[in-house]
Design a protein around this ligand. Structure first.
Ligand SMILES: Cc1ncc(COP(=O)(O)O)c(C=O)c1O
Length: 250
């Protein structure tokens, strides 16, 4: 039995045993059952030919039905289907790919940490950034700024980075250290943009204005000033440089 011999109704029935990310099973009551793909087209089990404008989840970069990739995968899986890269181990294909990728995007981006998908890549990037600052002696430099409406994946940290509230419901508490600022779409930007200002600058300005008292966000300093000596004693961690707008008496 090949999968192609299963009709639409049978697949939908069997699919009830599968959990789909984030969504309620009721949304999968009548799913699009994609049977095969060719070039930019996908074909559904109920006989439709559909232009895959999203290219999967933006990851089918060479189109469907490519001949070379399955051949390479077949040869590699026959030769060595798996090996760990933990504990002082590696293998020729991953070493070769890493050396090809080195410097391709930017001269200083010359090492690669391989992952299995986007969410894991983001989690790995968060850990790498924190590790970098840890090694620089800045162990408190742990925050990540992401955009509202942005999607970053389904792992715990990637969910916290995601700026879509309905993806957070039921999964709290979120991983700490993630800050959301306005998204960069000029058309949908909800705040005011003053002439000459970019959306990013407007978002940063709005952030400064509405951040007071929100845990985990940039906080205003609650300072007691020693008049005459110009020093201040801060009651919260120093997240903003002391300036007139950031000071208020305790
Ligand atoms: C921008 C972005 N980041 C992360 C992800 C998560 O990738 P994955 O589904 O491979 O975990 C996606 C998936 O659509 C994405 O579009």
């Amino acid at each position: 039995m090949t999968h192609a011999t299963l009709d639409h109704a049978t697949v939908v029935e069997m699919d009830k045993k599968q959990l789909h990310p984030v969504y309620h099973p009721s949304i999968h009551k009548d799913p699009l059952v994609v049977e095969r793909g060719e070039g930019v087209w996908i074909y559904s089990a109920d006989g439709r030919k559909i232009l895959d404008g999203m290219a999967g989840l933006w990851n089918v970069n060479v189109g469907y039905g490519n001949e070379e990739l399955p051949r390479v995968a077949y040869d590699q899986m026959r030769n060595l289907a798996y090996t760990s890269n933990f504990s002082g181990m590696t293998n020729p294909p991953s070493a070769e790919l890493a050396s090809i990728l080195a410097g391709m995007a930017h001269p200083s981006l010359n090492t690669t940490f391989f992952t299995s998908g986007g969410s894991e890549s983001n989690d790995s990037a968060f850990k790498t950034a924190r590790y970098f600052w840890y090694r620089k002696g800045k162990k408190d430099k742990i925050k990540f700024i992401s955009r509202r409406a942005g999607y970053h994946g389904i792992t715990v940290a990637a969910t916290a980075a995601t700026g879509i509230p309905r993806y957070h419901t039921m999964f709290g508490p979120l991983a700490p250290g993630f800050i959301h600022i306005a998204h960069p779409l000029v058309y949908r930007y909800p705040g005011d943009i003053t002439p000459g200002e970019t959306v990013g600058q407007a978002a940063a300005r709005a952030r400064r204005g509405d951040s007071a008292g929100r845990p985990g966000y940039r906080r205003r300093l609650h300072c007691r000033t020693d008049s005459g000596r110009g020093r201040c004693h801060c009651a919260t961690r120093r997240l903003l440089p002391p300036g007139p707008r950031n000071l208020r008496p305790l």
